[in-house]
Design a protein around this ligand. Structure first.
Ligand SMILES: Nc1ncnc2c1ncn2[C@@H]1O[C@H](COP(=O)(O)OP(=O)(O)OP(=O)(O)O)[C@@H](O)[C@H]1O
Ligand SMILES: [Mg+2]
Length: 298
């Protein structure tokens, strides 16, 4: 049975002038990676701050492991790792001293995992935080969020500020943490990262959740896209006439065309292709990006 680890029900925080979040509801099931997407100012950080119990909803409830996140904030945070979108670290201490402080605060007994994380993200934390680069500070915050090996992770734009190698490494890290049974909610603007990690997705726009998806299910139900090339334009016209009932033609360019085929017509489409002389044929792989961009348009 699915267990809801994070659950928002009709959560509203109205900052006035149409800003804030309005009746936001979604559930994050145990053991999945949940992607929270939406344009700048859509309300992701606001919703995340409510999950963390930093902000009291004007209406609705947020629960983490069935506990109200406003009332039980400190209890919840013991088994939760949080990476803020805007990190605020103490500037006058070294990274190592900061991590030791966090270790004490959390009553951690061992730092084996902490050292693994420092190695994995290639972070030298001996220097003062104020002299660290943006990316180094982000890495330090990532290590601090994961060091106590919590079961739940809430990550607000985790890869922002990381270089491409580290972004990739972070994606692999999320996949590993998921395999270890963690429940992870992450907000992101990076479709590639979301595509590589997320099982479920919610899209928020102007403070309202406009869509939620199960990614695997979405991939299975969307039409398939194919690029075809024929010997000459006449052959293309013949093919076009033959498949037009089972496919929609999205683009024609000389002897090439791009078609979109609904799942229920896939067999029939392939059967029709068989009677034509085809030069080139390939499937255009599903990309979240092309599908999700429409939610970003104003
Ligand atoms: N403390 C606050 N007081 C007033 N308005 C706020 C406050 N915090 C956020 N807002 C407004 O609420 C809206 C949502 O902001 P939020 O930070 O949640 O967006 P976001 O989805 O995280 O955006 P981004 O992708 O840029 O991080 C914005 O219009 C913002 O200006
Ligand atoms: Mg934000």
């Amino acid at each position: 049975m699915a267990v809801e680890v994070i659950s928002l029900k009709d959560v509203t925080k109205d900052y006035g002038h149409g800003r804030g979040i309005f009746d936001v509801s979604f559930d994050v099931q145990e053991g999945i990676v949940f992607g929270f997407l939406g344009p700048n100012g859509a309300g992701k950080t606001t919703a995340i701050r409510h999950i963390m119990g930093f902000s009291k909803p004007q209406k609705g409830t947020v629960r983490v492991n069935q506990l109200d996140s406003w009332i039980y904030a400190s209890q919840i945070q013991q088994n939760l790792g949080y990476l803020p979108g805007e990190i605020a670290l103490p500037e006058h201490v070294t990274g190592a001293a900061f991590l030791q402080m966090m270790k004490k605060l959390r009553g951690m007994e061992t730092d084996v995992y902490l050292h693994e994380l420092l190695d994995y993200f290639e972070l030298d934390c001996q220097g003062a935080i104020k002299r660290m680069s943006l990316g180094e500070k982000r890495k330090l915050a990532i290590v601090a969020a994961f060091m106590h090996d919590p079961a739940i992770l809430v990550l607000d734009e985790p890869t922002s500020g990381l270089d491409p190698i580290m972004q990739k490494r972070f994606i692999q890290f999320i996949q590993k943490e998921k395999a270890r049974g963690k429940t992870i909610l992450l907000s992101s603007h990076m479709f590639s990262e979301v595509e590589a990690t997320c099982d479920d997705i919610a899209i928020i726009k102007d403070g309202v959740v406009v869509a939620t998806f199960d990614v695997a299910q979405l991939k299975e139900t969307l039409p398939k896209k194919f690029q075809l090339q024929m010997q000459d334009e006449e052959a293309l016209v013949q093919l076009q006439l033959h498949v037009k009932e089972v496919a929609s033609i999205e683009e024609i360019n000389g002897t090439e065309m791009l078609v979109s085929v609904p799942r229920q017509h896939l067999t029939s489409f392939i059967q029709r292709l068989a009677s034509h002389q085809i030069e080139k044929f390939h499937e255009i792989p599903f990309r979240l990006e092309s599908y999700f961009m429409k939610f970003y348009e104003r």
